[in-house]
Design a protein around this ligand. Structure first.
Ligand SMILES: Nc1ncnc2c1ncn2[C@@H]1O[C@H](COP(=O)(O)OP(=O)(O)O[C@H]2O[C@H](CO)[C@@H](O)[C@H](O)[C@H]2O)[C@@H](O)[C@H]1O
Length: 469
């Protein structure tokens, strides 16, 4: 059995967020569990593509309405990645520095058509096509409905929803971008009067997965307009919790850290990493350090951060560090707070992979007040590095973090508000001050197996249940 994952992001090639981490790691673990896995993604103009050499394995053209774009299918000359990755290079559309841009309808529609044209040309076809998020949501529809893909329509499709907030909507006036199909079937593309690639994927994929069980249930009540569809299709939906790549996220071997450590020397290891952060960002080593890493958007409750930071630092004895980018007004507010809280607040506005590893290792607590968190990887990385997560009880956060008051290893609160964030941070500060040694809770967290082993097997079993021949 062989699966091809089709995705806009894949770590370490192109990463905006957690989607890249999943597509960069799940296939490796699937291979270990006996299913051959590869990745098909766009060819961007970024550090990875500049630093590596590629060979052309096919050339062709893709049409979007009246326009035609030449493209190549590329593979790495020397593959140092754990799985095979194939690239669709449409220079006029996809070859940009950043993964996403304003013309994503054209970019990702062309990418999906080129991807299927290439699969159609293969002698050995994949046994499963696994799509990720709305950027690849048209694929299950096209396989099922477009005349030219008839030869592929017995290949089972799986669509994973990493984030249902983004759906890739575009107007019906662009329906001619898609290869020919029976137009009376265009209702499959529609949701609320627009072409909705995520909705089309949910309707047409053989199975739909969400990245945690709780998120699957939540989507039936709150899915940015798709609630009805998701409750209607619930029998083909399954929640499979994300894992983490322990060859990348491992404090014992992570070469981005100041000092490597295991659960046996977690205290000294974390202190050495905290010292580096405190020196770099001007904090006192003796105060508990709370960090936030992520996209500065509403789903992550990033809009609450300025008020939370200002209140907590006016009253309490702790330090706060923010790493993220997103909403520009919020970025400015977070910048401005620095002049008021010089010695115990700092921020890095931008994207910095290495710093994120150092923050997971050197912080005492990681803040994740997300309003919506389909799975969340940050809390898993934090726990892997012995850092205590503070989370809103939602989605995957609810499925992976148990509160200390129930014998667990984190702090949870139920409703998102500045007040509840503050109360929970206060609870964590008291815990930090009163529990003489956080070693035990850190050790407990570090011993939990968050690797992909169990979940990769669940995906493989799901594929096997869909096999048609
Ligand atoms: N400024 C920055 N600098 C460096 N690194 C940064 C960064 N901002 C974010 N990151 C990194 O990006 C990743 C974020 O992953 P998450 O899964 O927590 O959220 P995201 O919303 O992107 O993913 C969506 O998809 C994933 C995967 O399914 C789900 O877990 C999640 O709930 C869903 O919202 C982590 O690796 C984090 O360290």
């Amino acid at each position: 059995m062989n699966v091809i994952h089709i995705s806009a992001e894949c770590y370490p090639i192109a990463k905006v967020g957690g989607l890249a981490d999943v597509v960069g790691s799940l296939p490796k673990y699937q291979e270990n569990a006996g299913v051959k896995a590869s990745v098909l993604m766009p060819f961007y103009n970024n550090r990875f593509t500049q630093k590596n050499e590629f060979k052309t394995i096919a050339t062709a053209e893709v049409s979007l309405g009246e326009k035609t774009y030449a493209y190549q299918v590329l593979a790495l000359k020397k593959n140092s990645l754990a799985v095979e990755v194939i690239f669709i290079d449409i220079p006029e559309l996809l070859f940009k520095e950043y993964v996403y841009s304003e013309d994503d309808t054209e970019r990702f529609t062309a990418f999906q058509i080129a991807a299927l044209d290439w699969i159609l040309s293969l002698k050995d076809k994949p046994s499963i096509i696994h799509c990720h998020d709305h950027h690849t949501g048209l694929i299950p529809f096209m396989l099922q409905e477009c005349y030219k893909y008839k030869a592929l329509n017995q290949i089972p499709t799986v669509l994973s929803i990493h984030n249902a907030q983004y759906q890739g909507w575009f107007s019906h006036e662009f329906i001619h971008y898609l290869p020919a199909f029976d137009i009376s079937r265009n209702g499959l593309l529609d949701w609320n009067g627009a072409i909705n690639p995520l909705a089309a994927g949910i309707k047409c994929a053989w199975r739909v997965t969400t990245v945690s069980e709780s998120y699957m249930k939540e989507l039936q009540k709150d899915a940015n307009g798709l609630e009805l569809l998701l409750s209607h299709e619930k029998d083909k939906c399954v929640g499979i919790l994300n894992g983490i790549d322990t060859s990348v996220w491992n404090p014992e071997t992570d070469d981005m850290l100041t000092k490597n450590y295991t659960s046996n020397n977690v205290q000294t290891g974390k202190t050495a990493n905290k010292k580096w952060l405190c020196k770099e960002f001007g904090f006192s080593l003796s105060k508990p350090l709370f960090s936030f890493i992520g996209r500065l958007v509403y789903e992550k409750s990033a809009d609450l951060l300025p008020e939370v930071i200002d209140s907590i630092l006016t009253e309490k004895n702790c330090s706060i560090l923010i790493l993220g980018s997103g909403n520009k007004v919020l970025e400015q507010q977070l910048e401005a707070l620095k002049s008021k809280h010089k010695s115990n607040y700092n921020k890095c506005i931008g994207y910095n992979e290495e710093l994120s590893h150092r923050i997971y290792a050197g912080s005492d607590f990681l803040l994740m007040p997300s309003r919506i968190e389909p799975c969340g990887l940050n809390q898993l990385y934090a726990m892997q590095y012995g850092t205590i997560p503070i989370v809103h009880s939602t989605g995957g956060l609810k499925d992976t973090v148990t509160d200390v008051k129930h014998g667990g290893f984190g702090f949870r609160f139920d409703h998102v508000s500045v007040e509840n964030c503050l109360k929970t941070i206060q609870r964590a500060i008291t815990y930090y001050e009163e529990v003489p040694n956080l070693k035990n809770i850190r050790k407990t967290m570090m011993h939990i197996d968050h690797s992909w082993d169990a979940s990769a097997k669940k995906y493989n079993d799901l594929y096997k249940s869909l096999k048609t021949n």
